[in-house]
Design a protein around this ligand. Sequence first.
Ligand code: BGC
Length: 714
Amino acid sequence: MLDTAKWISCGKQGVECPTFSYSFKNDRNIKSAVLTITSAGVYEAKLNGKRVGDFYMAPGWTDYKFRLQVQSYDITDMLCGDNSISVVVGTGWWNCLGIARARCPELPVMLLAEIELTYADGRTVVIGTDSSWKTTDSAIRYADMYNGETYDANFEDHTELPTVEMDFPKHQLIPQQGEKIIFHERLKPAAVFTTPKGERVIDFGQEITGIIELKLNAKKGDVVAMDCAEMLDKDGNVYNENYRSAKCTITYICADGEQTWHPALTFYGFRYLRLLDNSIDITADNITAIAVYSDIKQTGRLNCGVPKLNRLFDNIFWSQKDNFLDVPTDCPQRDERLGWTGDAEVFVKTACYNFDVKRFFTKWLDDMMVDQRENGGIPHTVPDVLNKIEDQIIGTSCAWADAATICPWEIYLHYGDKELLRHHFPMMKKWVDCVCKITKTPNIWTGSFHFGDWLSMDENTNKDLLATAYHAYSTELVCKAGKVLGEDVSEYEALYARIVENFRSTFPVYNTQAECVVALRFGLAADPEAVAKKLVELVHEREDTLSTGFPTTHYLLYALSENGYTDLAYTLLLQEKFPSWLFSVNQGATTIWEHWDGFKEDGTFWSASMNSFNHYSFGSVAEWVYEVAAGIQRVETAPAFEEIRIHPHPDRRLGWLDVTEKTAKGDIRVKWSYNDTDIKNTASEVRYEITVPCKAELVLDGKTICVEAGTWMF
Ligand code: BGC
């Protein structure tokens, strides 16, 4: 791939976003033309002034040492007589990011591209990047992942700069594997107003990840400068201290007359924009926000009779879209935006129900495979950009590193691709083996660094207990996956039995909600009935609120409903008191917050040091709504909904629920509603309307019914 092309860079220091260009004539009859391209950095390619393709932030994000995606575009129809290709390259994800940034050497951005022309007579000519390509500075004066973009529409310096051929490897090149990142929703401002501080602010009414498009009639030299925010403070002023060092600015220096512009090499997580320069008054007519994320297609829909829950569901979908840019990230705004494995692990099942993420996760799990440590450890973030930070090298935090087993298994259950599971199976095993090697106590897991029940409301969860529970679960998944693949997993089965036994003898008592939850959900509790009772007590002690963190929240409602406390699970789902899902909805959230109390009742914020308002992790509650409330269940022995089991758990407090899941076999739709929405009327009956694309087993009010494809009412 790209054999004739040479890596090129700009030989002049300080040029932020160089443009590399080449001109060629169509003097004979060209039958087809293909551009094959990648970059060290992110690129935007234009042929004869027109953008090539719709991939934004190409070539996407991988661990560039090992994998770098290459895109191919058919450009035949874009050719004319005299052609000029120009490619602007900015830093993007190229140089080290976020909290690891200070420790990385700066490397120049580079381009590698080929245009293959096939003539009518069958002859082909390949134009590869080399020192004959022209390098110039560009109108993009600055572009960076965290700080934003500055564009000067009047920039006209065509001085040729040295084009340097770089001795840089190509062994890491791979064909485009993930979903490309493209433009999606276009949002007009919901309001433009002046804050008490006198700042002009544009509110899009929804937090998104993306860019803005300006449409202006301006004078040459007018400046539009803005920065971003997710929140207003209690006085109605812009709050963006939580972006930390990420400046997230947009600066556009206007040309004369009518013009349309959007950034090309950056993205922002924002709901609000604050005007920093008032030389132009921006109105709703001038500006549009464009959501930017991987091209994942929605497969799930959740709707119910409680408007606040519907807002929560919307927030979950938005946080997924906002954090699925080639890599599942923690957040899209502050100086981080990294592929934290723990966040992806807790959210993966919800992600699968909401959108078709098979291709997206396949690519990211391949990123994980190449980043797996020699000892089997899994780095906290994939791509592994923290490896320069010494205490992060080991990569063994439970629930984070367990992404190596949980994600492949969830992808298998949802999409049923055995070969894909086989491909990731060595990584799964190696991770479990790693824990066996590093633990200080055989058959449980002690002595390692863990994030613990991250961001929970209860500090007391025993990290070794949590780690051992996750170790048991990962081992169980290796056994299950091995059996699907026909592998001998007897050693892992024996290991699993030993972990369960030792878990029970070492951790017989569960003192926090999280401890009860993992003991129940992973089938480790010796006396599940007693542990479930304890969990209920712990929830009641907190006035029916939860106290769980990232690794345990998505299991909490299951731990209750699987043990006879569905009613209490619904109480938690519908809880509005802090901490709860609906607390954030009442506080105006349009995405899922990182902290249960990101923006508190008294109008103050959690510390700016770590307070994202767009973190999907706690949105993982949606999986319970699909699987328990609506009852759409995947059958392990027949994945990808090859067999369907529907077991809804209605609750009159919702009034009605309407859930759809698009599967490869067709749509599954479960609707239930109460004929009387008065929650005091316990005699009111439930009406079910269930659509299945093939044979299915329905469990309704304790009765099992087998039905053929079709819509059924009960
Ligand atoms: C991220 C999290 C992540 C965590 C590790 C944070 O800074 O935003 O979502 O999982 O670090 O504990």
